[in-house]
Design a protein around this ligand. Sequence first.
Ligand SMILES: [Zn+2]
Length: 311
Amino acid sequence: MNSTKIGKLNQQRRAHYGLRSRRVFMQDGSVLLLSGITTAGSSSFGAILDQKPLSNFALITDLHYADKPTAGSRHYRETLRKLAEAKTVFDRNAPEFLVCLGDLIDAASEVETELGYLSRIVKVLNTIDCPKHFVLGNHCVDTLTKSEFLNGVGQDKSFYSFNRNGVHFVILDACFRSDGKPYQRKNFDWTDPNVSEEQVQWLEADLADTKRPTIVFTHQRLDDAGVYSAKNAAIVRNKLEASNNVLAVFQGHSHKNEHQLIKGIHYCTMVAMVEGSYEQSNACSIVSVLPDGTVKVAGHRKQASYQWPAT
Ligand SMILES: [Zn+2]
């Protein structure tokens, strides 16, 4: 009997006996295929779900910190207090790391003044006791160059990946113009974001190189959101879909709660910290990845909460 026939037979057998298989991601990055009787109510999956998360991390986005008066719904100065309050949430949950999904600072007319905003907000970030990762937002490089911003936050690269406890994480940089030039110092239109061609190739190779469940971070959106999406979002989504390991993409830029499920991948847009007055309008979250691939988002104040079972 060939393997296709055996596979089909196993499938029929599982359907007949109410058995189903489920992928379980292990801390070392390997994948276990579990079978259990789902109708019995005491499946082996319950025990897996009760286990502690493979990974948990903190998210903040669109802080737009600047020492300037409130404009419309953007309360620039209050970000300092909001971040201090977010720290109390993080202290209770002990995340393994924190990701800022971009627009950490807002524009000043002088480079020196803006570097001052950056060092002021980094000082508050440094009180949060875990490693930090920064996604570049268009406002991060509105007045500054990419290297000025990255130096300010102490990070080498604008796109890279890393593993923590069996989960793969990817930081993307969509601050490139359609002609491939990096955004910096007033040289761009915010409606022209792209994930650079070199980066798309790097992403494809990076994803091919892992079997771990994967989470992606980006500022400009990769789902379908018009001018808020990277212009080549569909090409990037193809790479994510082809890897078969990407569980979720977390994004900023739109300043509001939004969620799209596209071909089995969750695209979640997070609320901006700068929007609305302290403290009721604060927003941050703790995200957990469970061993069966379930992703849980615990939102604080304006940030929505979600739980996405493994697909
Ligand atoms: Zn923003």
